[in-house]
Design a protein around this ligand. Structure first.
Ligand SMILES: [Zn+2]
Length: 173
């Protein structure tokens, strides 16, 4: 399996709605394994397929990796079907925005309908930090970035920082 390149913002693939997965074939299963490798390698807790330049409705997450208690989850074609009325505020980061962290307000828990890796339809309630993570990643599949949850001024500032970051990446050493 392999670690894939992360797409950094701003990028078109991060801003468009990802395609629904039809058949969960070997290519999709390989992609999911590579997404886990890429997420763990980058110390992430979640990764959506558009972040590795695949416009597909797939996300992987593991919110327990910090305490070495692996709890890897893959969600294919996920849909939020219930949102709590209560909210929580949590500091979020994103592998497509290196070194950018800020507080985002989201529902406390969500119920999600999705397909698992063998194509079985499932429903699960995500709470606490897992709710933060799954909502952040499902946003990615709709082309919505976590910067859309903050003020326009702050969003603009982060966009400028990211443009500078990407420009420096391409500079010859
Ligand atoms: Zn993200």
């Amino acid at each position: 399996m392999s670690v894939l390149d992360i797409v950094f913002a701003p990028s078109e693939v991060l801003s468009k709605k990802a395609l629904v997965v039809g058949n969960i074939d070997k290519a999709i299963k390989d992609l999911v394994n590579n997404m886990f490798d890429t997420m763990y390698e980058n110390n992430g807790v979640g990764l959506a397929a558009p972040q590795i330049n695949q416009s597909l409705q797939i996300l992987v997450m593991d919110c327990s990796s910090k305490d070495n208690n692996y709890n890897s989850t893959v969600l294919i074609n996920p849909k939020i079907i219930i949102k709590s009325e209560g909210f929580q505020v949590h500091e979020e980061g994103c592998l497509s925005f290196p070194n950018q962290y800020f507080e985002v307000k989201r529902p406390e828990f969500v119920k999600v309908n999705y397909l698992d890796i063998v194509g079985k339809r499932k429903e699960k309630i995500f709470n606490g930090f897992e709710a933060v993570c799954v909502q952040h990643e499902i946003d990615h599949l709709a082309g919505t970035l976590f910067t859309s949850h903050i003020s326009r001024l702050k969003r603009h500032m982060i966009l400028k920082k990211m443009q500078k970051f990407k420009k420096n990446l391409n500079k010859p050493i």
